[in-house]
Design a protein. Sequence first.
Length: 469
Amino acid sequence: SSCSEVILFARVPRAVARGLAAMPLPPAWSDVFSQAERLSGTHLRSLMQDQARNDSMFVQCGDIVLDYCREKVDQQAMEKLFALAQATDVEGKKKKMYEGVKINETEGRPVLHVALRASRDASICVDGKNVVPEVWSVLDGMKAFSEKVRKGEWVGHTGKKLTDVVCIGIGGSYLGVEFVFEALKTDPEAAVAAQGRRLRFLANVDPIDVKRALEGLNAETTLVLVVSKTFTTAETMLNAKTVKEWLIKELGSPGCVAKHVAACSTALDKTAAFGIDSSNVFGFWDWVGGRFSCWSAVGVLPLSLQYGFDIIMKFHDGGRAMDQHFLTAPPKENLPLIMGLLSVWNVSILKYEGCAVLPYCQALTRFVPHIQQLDMESNGKRVTMAGEEVPVGTGAIYFGEPGTNGQHSFYQLMHQGRTIPAEFIGFSASQNPIELPGEPVSNHDELMSNFFAQPDALALGKTAEELKA
């Protein structure tokens, strides 16, 4: 049987399943496994005939609606999943994260990306010190610098306005930032703010990436951002030195570096040795994991240079709203908690190995690579905090492509080859609405008809009798 959430379902080798079944598990885990066994012979087609069940699986936070009625769960299974969250103290661990407790036991650090999105008057303490004022000090500095550049008050070595930015970084210093850059590119307000400006990314140490990043750029109007906390990341520093040489060659003086290079780093001695003006170095903290970096200076600075600081603060405001929802919403109304539990259900309980992320929006063209790092780096673990091997699967293999492109690529395997959990993402309105005279539906309605049809096709399928008919 197939299933989907608007998510769907893949298999683990039987030997692995037998091994997991033989391992002793805490009662809360055993209860959830028993639910999977109870539902094993039930098709989603049957589950979805229960309208009360379906209605209970619509959850909303602001303008975001989660519909998980195409998951192979019922209310009884969900109750056991919520009980598992309670038994494993998800609520307590969540509060510790928001309070700055050092829950990253391996490195002895807090996990405080939520502090990056906190309001100016918030208080989140690490070792007794409120870190929020430091966050806002950096935000204020980036606002001032980005506005000076955008207004032409900070100019290049030859006096020309800096209109093009090359952002050098890899991993979290690239993936999340590029996702947001692409997502805003066709937003009407952001597009107006970005007129006359270009933002490029240089991540791969492959010299071909250097050529692509610099192609068509004029050094006189180019600002380079080097993103490396320690200023020692091998790929990033080689690319930074390569672009520095390009600047010096094109502009004729090593003195150009101070006008054309800024950095996101905490290694002020190394940035100074590179030739960067210390007032143009913006810091971040060791309690920010790389995969969350788009919320720090790593993302805010290049995105503010492209779109303006105020637009990027709207992105921050949305993140803060979801932070508060996750912190305060009851379990059965808590979108992140529900999606996390469904991932546990699919991966750890039902032993499905993959998860397709399917945004029906071309603006999210780089969303999936960001999610790949965000989830697969976070959950790419095989031992517990106590150093014991985890007896269940801990993470899925994430992949995906914006719809409807994916429908003409890998959906065939999802429909007939194997079942793969999937998360469909859609929008009620388009960034670029088009309605052609004589066409029965608008372009966006055509897209969304596919968005609604595919989850149903994957979840319900067709019987042999329906196919014959």
